[in-house]
Design a protein around this ligand. Structure first.
Ligand code: OXD
Ligand code: MN
Length: 595
């Protein structure tokens, strides 16, 4: 039975049902009883496998189709009326063609299936930051995952009332045919259509499709920002907490940074890190002239491989109950799961992510490199008490970061907001397994938003610059790079919890308490100002990390930067006349400084 009298919602559901012809339409009310029934149904069809109730209470295992394990950027389209409004970083399709293409695929595709209607809120329902969506889907995996990743159910419809202001998401598994897979965003219609996929990033429409692509467009029009950023709080021994939002490309450790545990040396003094979000931040200007950030999600869709008690105990603890594991190794023997990097004991007699018997000695990976956990944020031991604060948290700093073997120093600070926007705009990173395509290739990924900006990248930069004109108490903007390697390819910086040392310097800069040296690219710390107390790290068995190594990774190597400037020129050239002149000017300054 419909859970609302909202005409726009009813019309949307009716039209979709007429097209896809499901046998049933089921409204998701958000109750545990209904979700439990759906999980049981999915277990009976094999869509989910129930895991060991004692070891992993409330947890399930899911496999996606073999051809369907990551976001498909090549098949993701921004469907704006005018092609030029999608810009050079997006694939474009005319809206009429987009709807027609998807309709052809969806027509009759839900015969014999049930269509679920998921009312969901991005952001705490009571928050003025929050936005409402309705996702239609024929996948129980999507329903139960959306119930972890967002707030779903009756309360959302009650808040929506009679308003037609909601994002219309339509997902159909169809045949899971990769040749006919389309992830279509219609920013001018507040609509998302996704067909022929069952992979989270393509089908949990609240996440990348809505909270980034559609929301970035809404934010531009409404004067706020939707960013690919984690949010964390650093609590000082005096009880005060400072907040940071940080953007990194997919699979570059956002979840790890968001849940970082400070080194013992700091913990003894009373420092703590609190997590507010690990992937997306919606950011608005507060009445006091500061920027405030809210995490629109309610769960973590994290990369499993590499997650362990050392690298991220908080993420691991988050997955200890009520979690869905996708494409990891399944151990039928005791109903638990495993992935590369969980521990050094790969199980025998287990099944790999494809469901095949797996021999850990075969040299083949058991878990897919982009295998995931979908875990409720409230499970996280370091979740901030105020993570659902409807007003968000005030930002002291914004951090950009990429995976660069050589070019970027460990950390540097932009000279001002305009320069900070430039620093974000020139972000580049070596690609990872989170999207299909070659891994390890350097690509420009401005603000880590390249696959997620729902409109023209030049207009997006202009929006950042405009926001800067309105913010009277601006956060400072930094760039970090945890991934510098030596000539042997060894990571020179220990990363993980030790990254706290850099965050601590960043906050000291924000408070005007640390000095820095001006370089060609911005302000770089004096090595002596980064606290290395009790840091114990071997770059190689022969080389220990010390202040000289720190100096090395704080270095600005002009040769690399000159090469990078050429890459930026090329990237900027693709943006054409929508590149804000302020950024062109910043590139000229950089080139001048490097002469
Ligand atoms: C993600 C991604 O899943 O960025 O967060 O791909
Ligand atoms: Mn992400």
């Amino acid at each position: 039975m419909a859970l609302t009298k909202n005409k726009a919602v009813l019309e949307f559901v009716d039209e979709a049902a007429k097209l896809a012809c499901p046998d049933n339409v089921v409204w998701i009310d958000g109750s545990e009883a209904q979700l439990e029934m759906l999980r049981a149904e999915a277990v009976s069809t094999g869509e989910l496998i129930k895991l060991n109730e004692e070891k992993l209470p409330g947890c399930y295992y899911h496999r996606s189709a073999l051809n369907d394990v990551a976001r498909v950027e090549g098949r993701t389209f921004i469907c704006t009326r005018r092609q030029e409004d999608a810009g050079p970083t997006n694939n474009w399709m005319a809206p009429a063609e987009g709807y027609e293409t998807a309709k052809k695929i969806l027509r009759g595709s839900m015969r014999g299936r049930t269509m679920y209607v998921i009312p969901f809120s991005m952001g705490p329902v009571a928050s003025s930051f929050a936005k409402i969506g309705v996702e239609l889907t024929d996948s129980i995996y999507v329903v139960v995952s959306m119930a972890i990743m967002t707030r779903v159910g009756q309360a959302v419809l009650d808040k929506l009332g009679d308003s037609p202001d909601f994002v219309r998401g339509f997902h159909g598994k169809c045949e899971l045919d990769e040749e006919k897979r389309y992830i279509l965003q219609f920013p001018e219609d507040n609509a998302i259509w996704s067909v022929n996929s069952g992979y989270g990033g393509n089908v949990l429409l609240g996440k990348k499709c809505f909270a980034l692509r559609i929301a970035s467009f809404q934010g531009k029009n409404e004067g706020w920002m939707a960013e690919h950023m984690l949010i964390l709080g650093i609590e000082y021994p005096n009880g005060e907490t400072k907040y940071i939002a940080a953007a990194f490309p997919s699979a570059c450790g956002k979840t790890n940074l968001a849940m970082l545990i400070p080194p013992e040396h700091y913990r003894k003094q009373g420092y703590k890190v609190w997590t507010l979000g690990d992937d997306i931040a919606w950011i608005r200007l507060g009445a006091d002239g500061r920027l405030y950030a809210v995490n629109p999600e309610a769960g973590f869709f994290g990369v499993a491989p590499g997650t362990n008690v050392k690298s991220n105990p908080n993420a691991l603890a988050s997955t200890s109950r009520n979690t869905i594991f996708t494409n990891v190794v399944y151990k039928p023997e005791d109903g638990t799961v495993w992935w590369e990097g969980l521990d050094k004991n790969p199980p025998r007699g287990a099944l790999n992510w494809k469901g095949e018997p797996w021999d850990p000695d075969s040299g083949e990976k058991g878990a897919h490199p982009n295998s995931r956990f979908t875990a409720p944020a409230k499970n996280c031991p370091c979740i901030a008490k105020n993570w659902e604060d409807p007003d968000g948290v005030p930002l002291s700093a914004i951090i950009f970061g990429g995976r660069r073997a050589k070019t970027a120093p460990l950390v540097y600070q932009s000279r001002d907001w305009e320069h900070g926007v430039f620093v974000g705009s020139i972000m580049a990173s070596e690609t990872t397994a989170a999207a299909t395509g070659a891994v390890g290739v350097v690509r420009r990924d401005p603000m880590a938003m390249r696959p997620f900006i729902g409109y023209h990248v030049g207009d997006y930069f202009a929006h950042w610059l405009d926001m800067g004109k309105r913010i009277t108490k601006k956060p400072l903007i930094f760039n970090v790079n945890w991934f510098r390697t030596d000539d042997g390819g060894n990571f020179m910086w220990p990363g993980f919890g030790e990254n706290f040392r850099v965050l601590e310097w960043i906050i000291r800069r924000c408070e005007g308490e640390a000095d820095a040296q001006e370089t060609e690219i911005g302000y770089v710390p004096y090595a002596e100002d980064i606290d290395l107390d009790e840091l114990d790290y071997n770059i190689t068995p022969e080389r220990k990390f010390d202040i000289n190594a720190l100096k090395e990774i704080l270095g600005v190597e002009k040769e690399y930067w000159r090469e990078d400037a050429r890459g930026i020129e090329e990237f900027y050239a693709t943006i054409g006349d929508r590149l804000p002149p302020e950024l062109r000017k910043q590139l000229d300054i950089l080139e001048e400084n490097l002469k």
